[in-house]
Design a protein around this ligand. Structure first.
Ligand code: ZN
Length: 429
Protein backbone atom coordinates (compact mmCIF):
# COMPACT_ATOMS: atom_id res chain seq x y z
CA UNK A 1 0.00 0.00 0.00
CA UNK A 2 1.42 3.43 -0.92
CA UNK A 3 2.72 5.37 2.08
CA UNK A 4 0.65 8.27 3.36
CA UNK A 5 2.05 11.78 3.00
CA UNK A 6 2.81 12.31 6.71
CA UNK A 7 4.76 9.07 6.97
CA UNK A 8 6.63 9.87 3.78
CA UNK A 9 7.69 13.27 5.09
CA UNK A 10 8.80 11.75 8.39
CA UNK A 11 11.05 9.29 6.57
CA UNK A 12 12.47 11.91 4.17
CA UNK A 13 13.35 14.11 7.13
CA UNK A 14 14.90 11.24 9.04
CA UNK A 15 17.32 10.61 6.14
CA UNK A 16 18.27 14.30 6.01
CA UNK A 17 18.78 14.40 9.80
CA UNK A 18 21.26 11.53 9.59
CA UNK A 19 23.05 12.66 6.49
CA UNK A 20 26.11 14.23 8.13
CA UNK A 21 26.80 10.92 9.85
CA UNK A 22 26.23 9.13 6.57
CA UNK A 23 28.90 11.28 4.89
CA UNK A 24 31.40 10.53 7.67
CA UNK A 25 30.62 6.81 7.42
CA UNK A 26 31.04 6.84 3.64
CA UNK A 27 34.34 8.66 4.01
CA UNK A 28 35.61 5.97 6.39
CA UNK A 29 34.76 3.30 3.82
CA UNK A 30 36.55 5.23 1.06
CA UNK A 31 39.64 5.68 3.22
CA UNK A 32 40.05 1.90 3.47
CA UNK A 33 41.84 0.90 0.25
CA UNK A 34 39.91 -2.31 -0.38
CA UNK A 35 41.58 -3.46 -3.55
CA UNK A 36 41.06 -7.01 -4.72
CA UNK A 37 42.30 -9.40 -2.03
CA UNK A 38 42.59 -6.60 0.54
CA UNK A 39 38.95 -6.20 1.57
CA UNK A 40 39.27 -7.92 4.98
CA UNK A 41 39.46 -4.70 7.09
CA UNK A 42 36.52 -3.03 5.37
CA UNK A 43 34.44 -6.20 5.66
CA UNK A 44 35.32 -6.37 9.38
CA UNK A 45 34.34 -2.73 9.76
CA UNK A 46 30.93 -3.34 8.19
CA UNK A 47 30.50 -6.49 10.28
CA UNK A 48 31.01 -4.47 13.48
CA UNK A 49 28.77 -1.63 12.33
CA UNK A 50 25.89 -4.00 11.53
CA UNK A 51 26.41 -5.97 14.73
CA UNK A 52 26.32 -2.76 16.78
CA UNK A 53 22.96 -1.97 15.18
CA UNK A 54 21.52 -5.28 16.42
CA UNK A 55 21.63 -7.31 13.21
CA UNK A 56 22.13 -11.07 13.54
CA UNK A 57 25.46 -11.61 11.83
CA UNK A 58 26.73 -14.18 9.36
CA UNK A 59 30.19 -14.26 7.81
CA UNK A 60 31.41 -16.90 5.40
CA UNK A 61 34.05 -17.66 2.79
CA UNK A 62 33.62 -18.46 -0.84
CA UNK A 63 33.24 -22.13 -1.64
CA UNK A 64 35.48 -22.57 -4.64
CA UNK A 65 34.15 -26.02 -5.49
CA UNK A 66 30.49 -25.00 -5.33
CA UNK A 67 31.10 -21.82 -7.31
CA UNK A 68 33.08 -23.67 -9.97
CA UNK A 69 30.30 -26.25 -10.32
CA UNK A 70 27.61 -23.58 -10.84
CA UNK A 71 26.81 -22.28 -14.32
CA UNK A 72 27.06 -18.70 -13.01
CA UNK A 73 30.42 -19.28 -11.35
CA UNK A 74 33.31 -17.24 -12.70
CA UNK A 75 36.85 -18.54 -13.08
CA UNK A 76 39.26 -18.55 -10.17
CA UNK A 77 42.81 -17.28 -10.54
CA UNK A 78 45.65 -16.68 -8.08
CA UNK A 79 44.36 -13.12 -7.64
CA UNK A 80 40.93 -14.22 -6.39
CA UNK A 81 40.06 -12.62 -3.07
CA UNK A 82 39.71 -14.74 0.05
CA UNK A 83 38.00 -11.96 2.02
CA UNK A 84 34.78 -13.07 3.72
CA UNK A 85 31.25 -12.20 2.70
CA UNK A 86 29.28 -10.40 5.43
CA UNK A 87 25.51 -10.61 5.91
CA UNK A 88 23.55 -8.71 8.54
CA UNK A 89 20.10 -10.11 9.16
CA UNK A 90 17.28 -7.97 10.51
CA UNK A 91 14.10 -9.74 11.61
CA UNK A 92 10.85 -7.97 12.51
CA UNK A 93 8.63 -8.81 15.48
CA UNK A 94 6.04 -10.07 13.09
CA UNK A 95 6.70 -11.01 9.47
CA UNK A 96 3.99 -9.07 7.66
CA UNK A 97 5.61 -7.54 4.61
CA UNK A 98 7.86 -8.64 1.77
CA UNK A 99 11.47 -9.51 2.49
CA UNK A 100 14.37 -7.67 0.92
CA UNK A 101 18.09 -7.96 0.21
CA UNK A 102 20.17 -4.78 0.17
CA UNK A 103 23.49 -5.65 -1.43
CA UNK A 104 26.72 -3.76 -1.99
CA UNK A 105 30.26 -4.65 -2.98
CA UNK A 106 33.26 -3.18 -1.19
CA UNK A 107 36.04 -4.27 -3.51
CA UNK A 108 37.42 -1.44 -5.65
CA UNK A 109 39.42 -1.38 -8.88
CA UNK A 110 43.08 -0.24 -8.93
CA UNK A 111 43.50 3.50 -8.62
CA UNK A 112 45.75 3.99 -11.68
CA UNK A 113 48.59 6.51 -11.72
CA UNK A 114 48.52 8.49 -8.48
CA UNK A 115 50.17 11.48 -10.14
CA UNK A 116 47.07 11.90 -12.29
CA UNK A 117 44.79 12.32 -9.26
CA UNK A 118 44.14 15.80 -7.84
CA UNK A 119 44.27 14.32 -4.31
CA UNK A 120 45.49 10.93 -3.09
CA UNK A 121 43.08 8.28 -4.43
CA UNK A 122 41.76 7.19 -1.03
CA UNK A 123 41.36 10.68 0.45
CA UNK A 124 37.57 10.69 0.72
CA UNK A 125 37.85 14.45 0.33
CA UNK A 126 34.63 16.43 0.10
CA UNK A 127 34.60 19.47 -2.15
CA UNK A 128 31.30 21.17 -2.89
CA UNK A 129 28.74 18.49 -3.70
CA UNK A 130 31.31 15.80 -4.45
CA UNK A 131 33.11 13.16 -2.42
CA UNK A 132 36.30 11.97 -4.12
CA UNK A 133 38.16 8.71 -4.00
CA UNK A 134 38.50 5.32 -5.61
CA UNK A 135 35.31 3.47 -4.74
CA UNK A 136 33.50 6.60 -3.48
CA UNK A 137 30.82 6.09 -6.13
CA UNK A 138 31.49 2.43 -7.02
CA UNK A 139 30.13 1.65 -4.56
CA UNK A 140 30.90 2.75 -1.04
CA UNK A 141 28.29 5.50 -1.13
CA UNK A 142 25.74 2.79 -1.94
CA UNK A 143 27.06 0.48 0.78
CA UNK A 144 26.57 3.29 3.32
CA UNK A 145 23.14 4.11 1.88
CA UNK A 146 21.98 0.51 2.51
CA UNK A 147 22.76 0.91 6.21
CA UNK A 148 21.65 4.53 6.58
CA UNK A 149 18.30 4.01 4.85
CA UNK A 150 17.53 1.50 7.60
CA UNK A 151 18.96 3.82 10.27
CA UNK A 152 16.62 6.54 9.02
CA UNK A 153 13.57 4.36 9.55
CA UNK A 154 14.70 3.80 13.12
CA UNK A 155 15.21 7.54 13.58
CA UNK A 156 11.59 7.94 12.45
CA UNK A 157 10.51 5.45 15.16
CA UNK A 158 9.95 2.62 12.69
CA UNK A 159 11.41 -0.68 11.60
CA UNK A 160 10.69 -2.89 8.59
CA UNK A 161 7.87 -5.40 8.97
CA UNK A 162 9.76 -8.06 7.03
CA UNK A 163 13.20 -9.65 7.04
CA UNK A 164 15.96 -7.53 5.53
CA UNK A 165 19.39 -8.89 4.63
CA UNK A 166 22.23 -6.41 4.29
CA UNK A 167 24.80 -8.25 2.18
CA UNK A 168 28.33 -6.90 1.78
CA UNK A 169 30.30 -8.80 -0.84
CA UNK A 170 33.66 -8.67 -2.64
CA UNK A 171 34.85 -9.85 -6.07
CA UNK A 172 32.23 -7.75 -7.88
CA UNK A 173 34.86 -6.06 -10.00
CA UNK A 174 36.45 -9.29 -11.20
CA UNK A 175 34.17 -12.35 -10.99
CA UNK A 176 30.83 -11.66 -9.31
CA UNK A 177 31.52 -14.75 -7.21
CA UNK A 178 30.74 -12.93 -3.94
CA UNK A 179 27.12 -12.34 -4.88
CA UNK A 180 26.90 -15.89 -6.23
CA UNK A 181 28.17 -17.22 -2.90
CA UNK A 182 25.31 -15.52 -1.02
CA UNK A 183 22.93 -17.38 -3.33
CA UNK A 184 24.77 -20.69 -2.85
CA UNK A 185 24.69 -20.07 0.90
CA UNK A 186 20.90 -20.04 0.65
CA UNK A 187 20.13 -16.34 0.99
CA UNK A 188 17.15 -15.08 -0.94
CA UNK A 189 14.24 -12.68 -0.51
CA UNK A 190 11.23 -11.26 -2.35
CA UNK A 191 13.42 -8.63 -4.05
CA UNK A 192 16.93 -7.20 -4.10
CA UNK A 193 18.15 -3.63 -4.40
CA UNK A 194 21.77 -2.78 -5.25
CA UNK A 195 22.60 0.95 -5.15
CA UNK A 196 25.35 1.07 -7.78
CA UNK A 197 26.11 4.51 -9.28
CA UNK A 198 23.42 4.54 -11.97
CA UNK A 199 22.66 8.28 -12.23
CA UNK A 200 19.35 7.96 -10.37
CA UNK A 201 18.01 5.51 -12.93
CA UNK A 202 16.93 1.89 -12.83
CA UNK A 203 18.89 -0.68 -14.84
CA UNK A 204 16.56 -2.37 -17.32
CA UNK A 205 19.07 -4.48 -19.19
CA UNK A 206 22.63 -5.45 -18.44
CA UNK A 207 25.30 -7.18 -20.45
CA UNK A 208 27.21 -10.25 -19.36
CA UNK A 209 30.99 -10.10 -19.04
CA UNK A 210 33.93 -12.43 -19.69
CA UNK A 211 37.56 -11.98 -18.75
CA UNK A 212 40.26 -13.81 -20.63
CA UNK A 213 43.96 -13.78 -21.30
CA UNK A 214 45.62 -14.42 -24.62
CA UNK A 215 49.09 -15.86 -24.08
CA UNK A 216 51.61 -15.97 -26.92
CA UNK A 217 55.05 -17.51 -26.99
CA UNK A 218 57.69 -16.20 -29.41
CA UNK A 219 61.13 -17.32 -30.48
CA UNK A 220 63.71 -15.38 -28.48
CA UNK A 221 66.93 -14.46 -30.24
CA UNK A 222 69.45 -11.65 -30.05
CA UNK A 223 68.06 -8.70 -31.87
CA UNK A 224 70.95 -8.90 -34.42
CA UNK A 225 69.34 -12.17 -35.68
CA UNK A 226 65.84 -10.78 -35.47
CA UNK A 227 64.78 -12.40 -38.74
CA UNK A 228 65.29 -15.86 -37.24
CA UNK A 229 63.23 -15.15 -34.16
CA UNK A 230 59.57 -14.36 -33.66
CA UNK A 231 58.42 -11.39 -31.61
CA UNK A 232 55.66 -12.38 -29.17
CA UNK A 233 54.59 -8.76 -28.70
CA UNK A 234 54.18 -8.25 -32.45
CA UNK A 235 52.20 -11.50 -32.61
CA UNK A 236 49.83 -10.34 -29.89
CA UNK A 237 49.08 -7.09 -31.72
CA UNK A 238 47.94 -9.19 -34.70
CA UNK A 239 45.64 -11.24 -32.44
CA UNK A 240 44.20 -7.99 -31.08
CA UNK A 241 43.11 -7.13 -34.62
CA UNK A 242 41.17 -10.39 -34.81
CA UNK A 243 39.51 -9.67 -31.46
CA UNK A 244 38.49 -6.20 -32.66
CA UNK A 245 36.84 -7.83 -35.69
CA UNK A 246 34.88 -10.08 -33.36
CA UNK A 247 33.80 -7.03 -31.35
CA UNK A 248 32.63 -5.28 -34.54
CA UNK A 249 30.63 -8.36 -35.57
CA UNK A 250 28.95 -8.56 -32.17
CA UNK A 251 28.05 -4.86 -32.27
CA UNK A 252 26.66 -5.26 -35.81
CA UNK A 253 24.17 -7.77 -34.34
CA UNK A 254 22.63 -5.23 -31.94
CA UNK A 255 19.34 -4.95 -33.86
CA UNK A 256 18.50 -8.49 -32.72
CA UNK A 257 18.78 -7.57 -29.04
CA UNK A 258 15.97 -5.64 -27.35
CA UNK A 259 17.19 -2.63 -25.30
CA UNK A 260 20.45 -2.56 -27.26
CA UNK A 261 19.26 -1.50 -30.75
CA UNK A 262 19.60 2.20 -29.99
CA UNK A 263 23.04 1.99 -28.44
CA UNK A 264 25.86 3.19 -30.62
CA UNK A 265 28.34 0.60 -29.36
CA UNK A 266 26.73 -1.80 -26.88
CA UNK A 267 29.52 -4.39 -26.86
CA UNK A 268 32.87 -3.20 -25.58
CA UNK A 269 36.06 -5.19 -25.76
CA UNK A 270 38.79 -3.81 -23.55
CA UNK A 271 42.43 -4.80 -23.78
CA UNK A 272 43.05 -3.87 -20.17
CA UNK A 273 46.58 -4.98 -19.57
CA UNK A 274 49.60 -6.10 -21.55
CA UNK A 275 52.77 -7.73 -20.32
CA UNK A 276 55.61 -9.29 -22.22
CA UNK A 277 59.27 -9.46 -23.04
CA UNK A 278 62.29 -9.09 -20.82
CA UNK A 279 64.86 -6.88 -22.50
CA UNK A 280 65.03 -4.13 -25.13
CA UNK A 281 67.69 -5.98 -27.15
CA UNK A 282 66.11 -9.46 -26.99
CA UNK A 283 63.26 -10.51 -29.25
CA UNK A 284 60.50 -11.17 -26.69
CA UNK A 285 59.65 -14.77 -25.98
CA UNK A 286 56.33 -14.10 -24.34
CA UNK A 287 53.42 -11.69 -24.27
CA UNK A 288 50.09 -11.82 -22.45
CA UNK A 289 47.07 -9.54 -22.76
CA UNK A 290 44.20 -9.32 -20.28
CA UNK A 291 40.89 -8.72 -21.99
CA UNK A 292 37.33 -8.03 -20.98
CA UNK A 293 34.42 -8.38 -23.36
CA UNK A 294 30.67 -8.08 -22.91
CA UNK A 295 27.85 -10.24 -24.28
CA UNK A 296 24.14 -9.62 -24.80
CA UNK A 297 21.68 -10.94 -22.21
CA UNK A 298 20.44 -14.41 -23.10
CA UNK A 299 23.82 -15.61 -24.35
CA UNK A 300 25.69 -17.97 -22.07
CA UNK A 301 29.28 -17.29 -21.10
CA UNK A 302 30.12 -20.80 -22.29
CA UNK A 303 28.83 -20.07 -25.78
CA UNK A 304 30.74 -16.80 -26.01
CA UNK A 305 33.91 -18.46 -24.68
CA UNK A 306 33.71 -21.07 -27.46
CA UNK A 307 33.50 -18.35 -30.06
CA UNK A 308 36.45 -16.45 -28.58
CA UNK A 309 38.58 -19.60 -28.64
CA UNK A 310 37.51 -20.38 -32.21
CA UNK A 311 38.16 -16.85 -33.44
CA UNK A 312 41.66 -16.80 -32.02
CA UNK A 313 42.38 -20.30 -33.39
CA UNK A 314 41.05 -19.42 -36.86
CA UNK A 315 43.16 -16.29 -37.01
CA UNK A 316 46.25 -18.17 -35.87
CA UNK A 317 45.81 -20.80 -38.57
CA UNK A 318 46.33 -18.18 -41.28
CA UNK A 319 49.29 -16.52 -39.61
CA UNK A 320 52.75 -17.67 -40.69
CA UNK A 321 54.15 -17.82 -37.15
CA UNK A 322 51.07 -18.41 -35.01
CA UNK A 323 49.90 -21.38 -37.09
CA UNK A 324 52.79 -23.35 -35.61
CA UNK A 325 52.68 -21.61 -32.24
CA UNK A 326 48.99 -21.25 -31.41
CA UNK A 327 48.09 -18.68 -28.75
CA UNK A 328 46.51 -19.94 -25.55
CA UNK A 329 43.20 -18.45 -24.43
CA UNK A 330 42.67 -18.68 -20.67
CA UNK A 331 39.47 -17.56 -18.94
CA UNK A 332 40.51 -16.14 -15.59
CA UNK A 333 37.66 -14.07 -14.14
CA UNK A 334 34.14 -12.98 -15.09
CA UNK A 335 32.19 -15.74 -16.80
CA UNK A 336 28.80 -14.14 -16.39
CA UNK A 337 25.59 -13.91 -18.31
CA UNK A 338 23.60 -10.67 -18.61
CA UNK A 339 19.98 -10.12 -17.65
CA UNK A 340 16.87 -8.08 -18.38
CA UNK A 341 14.59 -6.72 -15.68
CA UNK A 342 11.18 -7.39 -17.19
CA UNK A 343 8.98 -4.31 -16.80
CA UNK A 344 5.82 -4.47 -14.72
CA UNK A 345 7.01 -6.00 -11.44
CA UNK A 346 5.49 -4.79 -8.19
CA UNK A 347 9.00 -4.09 -6.89
CA UNK A 348 9.62 -1.68 -9.75
CA UNK A 349 6.29 0.04 -9.12
CA UNK A 350 7.16 0.54 -5.45
CA UNK A 351 10.61 1.89 -6.33
CA UNK A 352 8.97 4.17 -8.90
CA UNK A 353 6.72 5.70 -6.22
CA UNK A 354 9.62 6.05 -3.80
CA UNK A 355 11.81 7.67 -6.45
CA UNK A 356 9.12 10.11 -7.45
CA UNK A 357 8.48 11.13 -3.85
CA UNK A 358 12.19 11.66 -3.13
CA UNK A 359 13.36 13.07 -6.44
CA UNK A 360 10.24 14.64 -7.90
CA UNK A 361 10.37 13.06 -11.35
CA UNK A 362 9.34 9.72 -12.83
CA UNK A 363 11.84 6.88 -12.57
CA UNK A 364 13.70 6.28 -15.83
CA UNK A 365 15.28 3.00 -16.83
CA UNK A 366 18.20 2.27 -19.13
CA UNK A 367 20.67 -0.26 -20.45
CA UNK A 368 24.07 -0.31 -18.84
CA UNK A 369 27.18 -1.87 -20.33
CA UNK A 370 29.11 -2.81 -17.18
CA UNK A 371 28.88 -6.00 -15.13
CA UNK A 372 26.37 -5.96 -12.25
CA UNK A 373 25.80 -8.41 -9.38
CA UNK A 374 22.06 -8.04 -9.93
CA UNK A 375 22.50 -10.78 -12.55
CA UNK A 376 22.86 -13.40 -9.79
CA UNK A 377 19.49 -12.44 -8.30
CA UNK A 378 17.75 -12.12 -11.67
CA UNK A 379 19.10 -15.35 -13.17
CA UNK A 380 19.43 -17.69 -10.17
CA UNK A 381 17.38 -16.38 -7.22
CA UNK A 382 14.81 -15.39 -9.87
CA UNK A 383 13.61 -12.37 -7.92
CA UNK A 384 13.06 -8.76 -9.03
CA UNK A 385 16.59 -7.34 -9.12
CA UNK A 386 16.74 -3.56 -8.88
CA UNK A 387 19.97 -1.75 -9.58
CA UNK A 388 19.53 1.94 -8.85
CA UNK A 389 21.84 4.50 -7.32
CA UNK A 390 23.48 7.92 -7.24
CA UNK A 391 25.04 10.27 -9.77
CA UNK A 392 28.77 9.78 -10.21
CA UNK A 393 31.78 10.84 -12.27
CA UNK A 394 34.86 8.94 -13.44
CA UNK A 395 34.21 5.53 -11.94
CA UNK A 396 37.23 3.29 -12.70
CA UNK A 397 38.97 6.50 -13.85
CA UNK A 398 40.87 9.38 -12.25
CA UNK A 399 39.24 11.63 -9.61
CA UNK A 400 36.26 9.27 -9.17
CA UNK A 401 33.56 11.06 -7.22
CA UNK A 402 29.95 10.82 -6.14
CA UNK A 403 27.36 13.58 -5.81
CA UNK A 404 26.41 13.89 -2.15
CA UNK A 405 23.07 15.59 -2.83
CA UNK A 406 22.27 12.68 -5.13
CA UNK A 407 23.31 10.17 -2.45
CA UNK A 408 20.91 11.89 -0.06
CA UNK A 409 18.02 11.73 -2.55
CA UNK A 410 18.77 8.10 -3.37
CA UNK A 411 18.90 7.19 0.33
CA UNK A 412 15.54 8.88 0.78
CA UNK A 413 14.11 6.90 -2.12
CA UNK A 414 15.58 3.71 -0.65
CA UNK A 415 14.12 4.37 2.79
CA UNK A 416 10.68 4.98 1.26
CA UNK A 417 11.08 1.86 -0.88
CA UNK A 418 11.93 -0.27 2.16
CA UNK A 419 9.00 1.18 4.13
CA UNK A 420 6.50 0.37 1.41
CA UNK A 421 7.98 -2.93 0.22
CA UNK A 422 8.56 -4.42 3.67
CA UNK A 423 5.88 -2.45 5.50
CA UNK A 424 6.74 -0.87 8.85
CA UNK A 425 6.06 -1.54 12.51
CA UNK A 426 6.78 0.65 15.53
CA UNK A 427 10.39 0.54 16.63
CA UNK A 428 11.23 -2.21 19.08
CA UNK A 429 12.18 -0.59 22.38
ZN1 ZN B 1 30.16 -1.40 -8.73
Amino acid sequence: MPLDAALRDRILKAVSDGFDDQITFTQKLVQMPSLRGHEHPVQDFVFCELQARGFAMDRFNMDREAISAHEGGSKFSDDHSDAPIVVGIYRPREEKGRSLILQSHLDVVPEGLHEMWSDPPFSGKVEGDWMYGRGAADMKAGAAANIFALDALRRAGLQPAATVYVQSVVEEESTGNGALQTYLQGYSADAVLIPEPEDEMLVRANIGVLWFQVQVRGVPVHVREMGEGANAIDSVTRVMGALREMEADWNADKANHPYFEQEEHPINLNIGKIEGGDWASSVPSWCTIDCRVSIYPGRSAEDAACEIRERVAAFAQNDAFLSNNPPQVVFNGFYAEGYVLEPGSEAEAVLGRAHEAAIGAPLKSFMTAGYLDTRVYALYNKIPALCYGPVSRNIHGIDECVSLSSVQRITQAMALFIAEWCGVEPLEQ
